[in-house]
Structures are given as C-alpha cells and as structure tokens.
Design a protein around this ligand. Structure first.
Ligand code: NAP
Length: 246
C-alpha cells in the first residue's frame, strides 16, 4: 500500500476523474476528504470510499469561494488532524469560440479551474509548511499545451495551473512540499460523453495509442505523484494522453 495512513483532500471528487482518484488512493490506504459542490453526490462517493476500509468524509465546497475553502480545510483538519495530499481536480468547461465567448463564461471557468486551485493550494500550504511535508497535485489538461478551438477560457485556466504549480514548487520546496501537475488528454467521463461519436472518432485519429483514456489512467499518475516513489520530483507535468501531445 503506497499511501498507507496518508490524509488526502480531493476537490470535485464526487464523480468522474476525482472519484476515480479517491477510490484509487483509498485502495492504497489513504483516508480521503471528498470535497464537491454537490454534497449529496460527494457523500455517496465517501460511502464507497469507506467501504474500502479507510476513513472518508464528504465536504461541501465551491472551490471558487474563499470562505468555503477556508471552512473546508478546517473541517478536514478537525477530522483527520493532518493533510498530506491535495488534489486540485475540480474543473468545468464553458466552451465557445472567442468572439462568442461571454465574459461570464470566461470568469466562471477561470474562477473555478484556476482561482479555485490557488485558494485551495494556499490553505494546503499553510498546513503542509508546518508539517514540513505535503504533495499538491493539480489536474491540468493537454489543451494547456496545444490550445483547442472553443476553449480559450479552459485552455488558459489549465495553462495557468502549470505556472501556479511551478511557482509553488519553487517557493515551498524548502518546506518539504512537492507540487506537480497531471495533464490528461481526452478521458472518458461526463465531460467528454457529451461529444458526438463522430467527434470522438476524429479525436482517436489524433491519438497515437488510438483510444480515449480512462479515469484510472489519470489516477495511476496521480497516485505516483502522491507517493514516496516521486519524492525527488517537483514542478513537473506528467502527460497522460496516449501520445497525442509529446
Ligand atoms: P466532471 O465529470 O465534470 O467532474 C467534475 C467534478 O467537479 C463534479 O463532481 C463537479 O460537480 C465538481 N465541481 C464543479 N464545479 C466545482 C466547484 N466550483 N467546486 C468544487 N467542485 C466542483 O469532470 P472530469 O472529466 O472528471 O474532470 C476532472 C478534472 O480533470 C477537471 O479539472 C477537468 O478539467 C480535468 N480534465 C478532464 C479531461 C477529460 O477528458 N474528462 C481531460 C483533461 C482534464 P457537479 O457534479 O455538481 O458539476
């Protein structure tokens, strides 16, 4: 068990990739805080995590709201007493081409995907710096590196996460904190289920391994970065994309 006794907080963990990360980390022995805007769904995921024999609580959290973020970390520490791993996973899309993209769609995506990770990382660093240990893993995207038509807001937010990750890595390495990012390609979740089969077929043509990834593919990368095996790795991006970006 690579994460035995570790305490992990995962944002947006009620479903999709965040849920897969929660279940994967629990199988490796970590206790998990499931933080999500949708608290009913978060509690169902926490139940599934507890069934694996570790501790888990659900926490209602909108990552874009500073007071909710502070409260969520307080609740987490009250329950678990320490924070070893933060996964900044909560993310949304509001796609449109640049000229049709509304300011509110830009703001919503940047507020949740980038500002949310800033707020959560800040609370995590306060705790981890005192512990002189911690791992912060942020879920970026292949589009941060490639751009993507219709995703000016989303790709900017995910590129911003890389700058945030590298800066945290430099600022807090001396406190034993590692910060890394995982950049998934196209992964089968609700976020990609909305795409037509024709679009998915086109996507596969752009992927050397000719298939979409699974939430478990992302989970394996996150577990590696959360574990001792990656202790000499900080400020890096692990690409999980079937080779579509090299
Ligand atoms: P998803 O299925 O839409 O799940 C996202 C989760 O985040 C949902 O539970 C959602 O709650 C929650 N959430 C939304 N806004 C939130 C907020 N303000 N505060 C806290 N939680 C919030 O997405 P996914 O596909 O699993 O994606 C997870 C992460 O991977 C995202 O950061 C995404 O950008 C990234 N990613 C995904 C792909 C892909 O192909 N799927 C590729 C690259 C990167 P609700 O259920 O209430 O909406």
């Amino acid at each position: 068990m690579r994460l035995e006794g570790k305490k992990a907080l995962i944002t947006g963990a009620a479903r999709g990739i965040g849920k897969a990360i929660a279940l994967g980390m629990a199988k490796e022995g970590a206790d998990i805080g499931i933080a999500d805007v949708n608290v009913e769904s978060a509690e169902k995921t926490a139940q599934e995590v507890r069934a694996l024999g570790v501790k888990s609580i659900s926490i209602k959290l909108d990552v874009s709201k500073q007071t909710e973020v502070a409260g969520a970390f307080e609740s987490f520490i009250k329950e678990f007493g320490a924070l070893d791993i933060l996964v900044n996973n909560a993310g949304i899309t509001r796609d449109n081409v640049l000229l049709r993209m509304k300011e509110e769609d830009w703001d919503a995506v940047l507020n949740i995907n980038l500002k949310g990770s800033f707020l959560c990382s800040k609370e995590a660093v306060k705790i981890m710096a005192k512990q002189r240990y911690g791992k912060i893993i942020s879920i970026s995207s292949v589009v941060a590196f490639m751009g993507n038509p219709g995703q000016a807001n989303y790709s900017s937010s995910k590129a911003g996460l890389i700058g945030l990750t590298k800066t945290i890595a430099k600022e807090y390495a001396s406190r034993g904190i590692r910060a890394n990012a995982v950049a998934p390609g196209f992964i089968q979740t609700a976020m990609t289920d909305v795409l037509t089969d024709a679009v998915k077929e086109e996507m596969k043509k752009a992927i050397p391994l000719s298939q979409l990834g699974t939430p478990e593919d992302v989970t394996n990368a996150v577990i590696f970065l959360a574990s001792k095996e990656s202790d000499y790795i900080t400020g890096q991006v692990l690409h999980v994309n079937g080779g579509m970006y090299m």
